[in-house]
Design a protein around this ligand. Structure first.
Ligand code: GP9
Ligand code: MN
Length: 693
């Protein structure tokens, strides 16, 4: 301890001495005087980046974010430092080229932001349609002063250069070793800034930086230059991944589908052919909440009504990886699994996909998606073209008033209300249509509690006191816990769902329509909250002891099994019919496309899941991390352990076979996406097949 104190004191003394000598020698002033061109380069670039944030993000914390300013400063100092390796007469050209390049980044992003309220991505340049859009955008937008303001940077640099030239600064002679030293010192300084920057980073910052899709956040936190560099790397990476191993991937792909059994027909085949389809993407909806009530009030009365009137699959699992909502959309649409690295929506949006909307489109359906969030969230704007949607109704198609916002954006109630108007129009314009409506309000962290409406998650009872008076007593239960807030939020989303169904009915939109609802993934809630939910003892106002007979263990397996999400197929015709049942087959998101295909009369040849009515109890659901579940067990691949789900003995052979099946399926799925194996131009076998057909 004493030693540390002495060390700190020594460091303090050293820094004080250094600072004093810097002050006495006027070192800072001299540095600025001697390095005017370099300093001007750094200042203009940082200023441009700040102006860009000013025009794009209208709150002061965003455009004056010191973290972004620090990031922009350290990166421009770092790249500018290499200018010192050049002779003084050549430096201006170096800084000018860089300044023009960095200003161009600002101009492009400024134009792009005006059109798409998001920042530009290099990966989109590979899409010709995007080039067209941006081309038009630039032409129409060219006169906007705010997009051109960034050229002030290079102009200022030229002015500085011309003034310095009068003093013959570029004729100075310096020695090579001094240049190297100066460059290293400058680079080291940017290194110190970088270290400081790294220390301020949170886990959320790192995760968002890696995923890159929340572009506003990344720009606000890391600055535009680092955002664009990161974007460049993440755009190139999929191309590098696809450079090696194509032949093996192609062979495995052919073998896999050669062995795959052809689907059979059954009593559900074509039962809904020609009907319109409304799909509801239920943000963070979980099956376990459907059986819960607080003080006699169900958490999800409308969802429960829908389940009780239609076909309800109560052992249905989402199969997402880090791409959460987007992964569930990928698997729902294509029956492929999320990629092993990156996310399909962001990294592999230019691949060919065989999907539910593209197959319905072939049958003459008008296909669309509706989501009142920014169209670039999860790169949907681009990916939806690859998935075969005709139209994406996004935030700009909705009126988003401040008072109608919950959590990430427009409230579900308002979203549904405005969507019904659009659906009415679509219904008059198209014979057959297929639309996915993506909900938003029930999104983590479920903290907009005051906007969810009244829903008591504590236990309130009426108790008769000794003197005979009746008193209301409230026991602290789920109030103030994340899980409690989730129930309130879900109750709100459920009520929005109820209003939507009523609105659809009133608009006459349910007559020839099948409504499909899926929960996109679980709500990622703390295990300890479930422990509290299932083990709260009203008598003691506390959590039950583990020794207690009634104690319900909520371990790893309970948590994993508890992540089930609802899957419901509803139509007026189903109510009271023989199919109006709860189906408890183990089922995954990848089984949806083949199941709907069987019912609506289309076939996805490359589906990795199954029509649930062809496979029923023999189904297996695999997860991106290699875990799997069937009716007999939940298998934890990391620990090579399992939880039995039946009384039947489990054999080593079953485990080995299913694990092999899982690994093969995950490999084939990943290869299809990474190597673009469904693209006839990349996979000649598909072309031949097409010719035969
Ligand atoms: C974003 C919404 C939520 O538009 O779909 O995405 P998530 O965070 O659940 O992946
Ligand atoms: Mn989601």
């Amino acid at each position: 301890m004493k030693r540390v104190k002495i060390g700190i004191n020594k460091l303090k003394k050293f820094l004080k001495k250094k600072w004093k000598s810097i002050k006495e020698d006027h070192a800072i002033r001299n540095y600025f005087k001697e390095n005017v061109l370099f300093v001007s380069f750094v200042v203009t670039c940082v200023l441009n980046a700040t102006i860009l944030r000013f025009f794009c993000m209208h709150s002061i914390e965003n455009y004056l974010s010191w973290k972004a300013i620090l990031a922009d400063t350290m990166i421009t100092i770092a790249i500018g430092s290499f200018g010192y390796l050049l002779k003084p007469k050549n430096r201006f050209a170096y800084y000018l080229v860089l300044d023009i390049l960095l200003s161009a980044i600002c101009v492009i992003n400024s134009v792009y932001y005006t059109f798409y309220t998001s920042f530009a991505s290099i990966s989109m340049l590979s899409l010709t349609q995007y080039i067209g859009d941006v081309g038009d955008a630039v032409v129409e937008n060219v006169l906007q002063l705010k997009d051109m303001i960034y050229i002030i940077g290079p102009i200022a640099l030229i002015v500085v250069h011309l003034r310095l030239k009068k003093k013959n600064y570029d004729k100075r002679i310096d020695i090579k070793s001094d240049r190297k030293k100066k460059m290293l010192h400058t680079l080291a300084f940017s290194g110190v800034l970088a270290l400081f920057f790294l220390l301020t980073m949170s886990a959320l910052d790192i995760s968002r930086f890696m995923k890159q899709w929340n572009k506003e956040y990344v720009v606000m936190r890391f600055g535009i230059y680092i955002y664009q560099a990161n974007d460049l790397v993440s755009s190139i990476q999929p191309k590098i991944n696809a450079m090696f191993g194509y032949d093996q991937a192609h062979k495995d792909f052919l073998d896999y589908y050669a062995e795959k059994e052809e689907p059979t027909t059954n009593e559900f085949t074509n039962m809904f052919k020609g009907k319109n389809i409304i799909v509801i993407h239920g943000e963070s909806m979980m099956t376990n909440a459907m059986s819960l009530s607080f003080n006699g009030e169900e958490v999800t009365p409308n969802l429960n009504k829908m389940a009780s009137e239609g076909m309800f699959f109560n052992n249905f699992f989402s199969q997402v990886s880090v791409g959460t909502s987007s992964d569930s959309e990928l698997t729902y649409n294509t029956s492929l699994m999320p990629t092993k690295s990156g996310t399909a929506f962001v990294s592999y949006s230019d691949r060919t996909y065989v999907s539910t909307p593209s197959l319905l489109k072939e049958q003459g359906y008008y296909t669309f998606s509706m989501h009142a969030n920014n169209a670039d969230f999860w790169n949907r704007r681009t990916m939806y073209n690859s998935l075969g949607y005709d139209r994406f109704y996004s935030k700009t198609d909705y009126v988003v008033e401040k008072e109608n916002q919950i959590g990430l954006g427009l409230s579900d109630k308002e979203f549904f209300k405005q969507s019904i108007e659009k659906l009415k129009e679509i219904n008059t314009e198209h014979n057959n249509w297929y639309g996915v409506l993506i909900m938003l309000s029930n999104h983590t962290p479920f903290s907009d509690v005051e906007k969810y409406g009244e829903f008591n998650v504590d236990i309130t009872t009426e108790e008769t006191k000794e003197d005979g008076t009746v008193e209301q007593v409230t026991y602290p239960y789920m109030e103030g816990r994340k899980l409690g807030n989730y129930f309130k939020s879900l109750h709100y989303a459920d009520s929005a769902l109820g209003e939507f169904m009523t609105g659809l009915d009133e608009a006459g939109l349910l007559e020839n329509t099948v409504v499909i609802l899926y929960g996109d993934h679980d709500a990622r809630l703390p295990k300890k909250d479930y422990n509290y939910l299932y083990n709260y003892d009203m008598e003691t106002h506390d959590i039950r002891d583990e020794e207690d007979e009634e104690y319900k263990e909520y371990d790893y397996y309970q948590y994993e099994l508890g992540r089930k999400v609802p899957f419901i197929i509803w139509s007026k015709d189903l109510i009271g019919s023989e199919y109006n049942q709860t189906y408890n087959y183990i089922m995954g998101m990848y089984d949806v496309s083949p199941t709907l295909g069987n019912m609506f009369g289309f076939r996805n040849k490359y589906a990795l899941g199954h029509d649930i009515f062809s496979i029923r109890d023999n189904n297996i659901v695999v997860f991106p991390n290699g875990n799997w579940v069937n009716k007999n067990m939940y298998y934890n691949s990391q620990k090579a352990e399992y939880l039995p789900l039946t009384e039947q003995p489990i054999t080593e052979e079953e485990i080995a076979n299913n694990t092999e099946y899982t690994n093969k399926l995950l490999d084939v799925s990943n290869n299809i996406i990474v190597f673009d194996l469904l693209n006839p131009e990349k996979n000649s076998t598909l072309e031949e097949e097409g010719e035969k057909e």
